[in-house]
Design a protein around this ligand. Structure first.
Ligand SMILES: NC(=O)c1ccc[n+]([C@@H]2O[C@H](COP(=O)([O-])OP(=O)(O)OC[C@H]3O[C@@H](n4cnc5c(N)ncnc54)[C@H](OP(=O)(O)O)[C@@H]3O)[C@@H](O)[C@H]2O)c1
Length: 251
């Protein structure tokens, strides 16, 4: 008989699974025996994610489209939902942004979090379910070359806590938490950001990254998220910092 926090035989939806942190997370959940639904827009990248054990099922769609959200949640009735998808911000000084480039993460990251959190409450997800939103360490520290990125990621953290509050008020046994990864050059989004912030501070990329310690990899993100999904609901904090060494609860 499976343990209560055993992920096997249960469905985990990973939104933004075609590359980067989301791909590492999808692979880690499949290795833990979960049935994984991997959502992203690029069919080719999702296609070669499908694992040998057949535990990863691709779903091609725009996660910012509420029809896609509702359809996927109805189809798979997941116990774990992980929102990783986000846009790469354009890296330039504040005065070099237009409103359109400044607001790209509001129109993608915040939009996606809003639709999925809303649907998770309205459906509602089954008792005991967990929803994990990948925000960013930038939400704590700012990101002066990334336009509205830090504010958008901070809003993701806020609305995750609003969702927890609404779930509690409605007596729904659903856990919502936000995870804030530290910047890493191991993904398509992080690599140019490390380059730009290192250049702005007059350092090499190595010098810029050295104080950050162990770098976050997609594999390390996967291991940390599996642990978080397996944790007893009563022990889950409202948000976490995520580094190469794992998650650390924020107060
Ligand atoms: N890397 C870092 O240093 C870092 C640090 C802190 C926080 N984060 C956050 O961590 C998350 C993942 O970052 P990453 O570095 O792994 O980024 P990435 O390598 O650029 O991957 C982004 C993923 O999101 C998907 N995606 C984007 N828009 C989508 C949409 N509308 N619908 C469905 N899927 C969508 C992409 O797939 P398709 O393009 O195929 O749709 C891709 O799978 C982001 O929320 C980011 O803000 C990253």
């Amino acid at each position: 008989m499976p343990l209560p926090n055993d992920l096997s035989e249960k469905t985990t939806i990973v939104v933004g699974a075609s590359r980067g942190l989301g791909r590492g997370i999808a692979n880690a959940f499949a290795e833990a025996g979960a049935h994984v639904v991997a959502v992203a827009r690029s069919a080719a990248a999702l296609g070669d994610l499908a694992d040998a054990a057949g535990l990863i099922r691709p779903e091609v769609g725009d996660a910012g489209d509420p029809t896609v959200t509702g359809t996927i949640l109805d189809r798979y009735d997941p116990r774990v939902v992980i929102l990783v998808a986000g846009a790469s911000p354009l890296l330039r000084r504040l005065q070099d942004h237009t409103w359109e480039t400044f607001s790209v993460n509001w129109d993608t990251d915040v939009r996606i979090a809003f639709h999925w959190l809303r649907e998770a409450l309205l459906k509602p997800l089954q008792p005991g379910s967990k929803v994990i939103v990948i925000s960013s360490g930038a939400a704590l520290n700012g990101s002066p070359l990334s336009g509205g990125y830090a504010g958008a990621k901070s809003t993701q953290r806020f609305i995750t806590s609003y969702a927890q509050d609404e779930a509690n008020r409605a007596g729904l046994d659903i856990t919502f938490t936000a995870v804030m990864p530290r910047i890493t050059p191991m993904t398509d989004l992080g690599r140019p950001a490390v380059r730009a912030y290192a250049a702005r501070s007059g350092q090499s990329e190595e010098e810029y990254l050295r104080p950050m310690g162990e770098l976050l990899t997609p594999e390390a993100a996967g291991t940390a998220l599996v642990e978080l999904a397996r944790a007893d609901a009563g022990t889950v904090a409202h948000s976490y910092l995520l580094t190469g060494a794992g998650v650390q609860a924020l107060t």
